[in-house]
Design a protein. Structure first.
Length: 277
């Protein structure tokens, strides 16, 4: 009986030792150090299209040193540079994020930096200074809590980056035998109104117009002049394609079916589209 009790006690003791050993092997996250972010210059940045491929600014940051009970993590850290307008506290729906894998620095060219501020992104007015905030988010694939750096604020003046030069006049017309006006230039009443594009933004123009089917047309930035027109590039069709600023024939083909159409001209992408309404 005594031997049986001793055996039970030893078995219980062994189980306790195994259980303790298992607990000791659990790895716990013990925290890290928020990265410290710095910029190569704190001076105002005026971005110029002529310097598009030059370096604009370099960001550097310290390693967050994620720590676990087994020591400093050897896992690769992923970084995200967040960019937002000053005062938005990185809650702006247009906030931009640039993913950076492993590295402890990121150098932006003028073009790369400027691309963050365009119409489809932060939508900052070109040619004007803006206070822009940057911060770094560090994270591990394993799910450790994200660590955020300090905020770096820079004054940046972006430029308008387009594929095709925008109309200098801020106005756009269409004329040709694809419309009721025929090839009138300048367009007179009522065609100077019905065939004038609506300016949606500095880089986007739209025209809703009746088209009889067939024919050709040209897009003009000056009513009464041919030498500042826009021209369809090879491969374009009546429904869309690429265009450029050039005085050249044959212009844009009209759709074969009569109807009301919306012509959209996008100077950022350098593309036009025509859609039946």
């Amino acid at each position: 009986m005594k031997n049986k009790i001793s055996f039970i006690f030893l078995s219980f003791l062994l189980l306790m030792m195994i259980s303790c050993s298992k607990e000791e092997n659990i790895i716990y996250y013990e925290g890290g150090t928020p990265p410290v972010l710095s910029a190569s210059s704190s001076e105002p940045l005026v971005l110029v299209i002529g310097n598009a491929n030059s370096s604009a600014v370099r960001f550097d940051w310290t390693n967050p040193n994620y720590n676990f009970t087994t020591g400093t993590s050897s896992h690769d850290v992923s970084y995200t540079l967040q960019v937002d307008t000053a005062g938005s506290n990185f809650t702006n729906s247009r906030k931009q994020e640039v993913s950076i894998s492993k590295d402890l620095s990121k150098t932006f060219t003028v073009k790369e930096l400027n691309s963050l501020f365009g119409v489809s992104k932060l939508n900052l007015a070109e040619g004007m200074p803006h206070n822009v905030e940057f911060r770094l988010k560090a994270s591990l694939a394993g799910g450790a809590a994200a660590l955020y750096s300090n905020v770096v604020t820079l004054e940046i003046t972006p430029y308008l980056d387009v594929a095709v030069p925008v109309p200098a006049t801020g106005e756009l017309w269409a004329t040709g035998d694809a419309f009721a006006s025929g090839w009138a230039n300048p367009l007179a009443d009522p065609y100077d109104v019905s065939q004038k594009f609506t300016r949606i933004s500095n880089t986007l123009y739209e025209l809703i117009v009746d088209m009889p089917g067939g024919g050709n047309y040209k897009i003009l930035q000056d009513n009464g002049r041919w030498d500042t027109q826009y021209h369809m590039l090879s491969g374009g069709t009546w429904s869309g394609g690429d265009f450029e600023k050039k005085d050249a024939d044959p212009g844009f083909p009209g759709p074969s079916v009569a109807g009301t159409y919306k012509i959209t001209v996008d100077f950022i992408t350098g593309k036009y589209t025509v859609v039946k309404q």
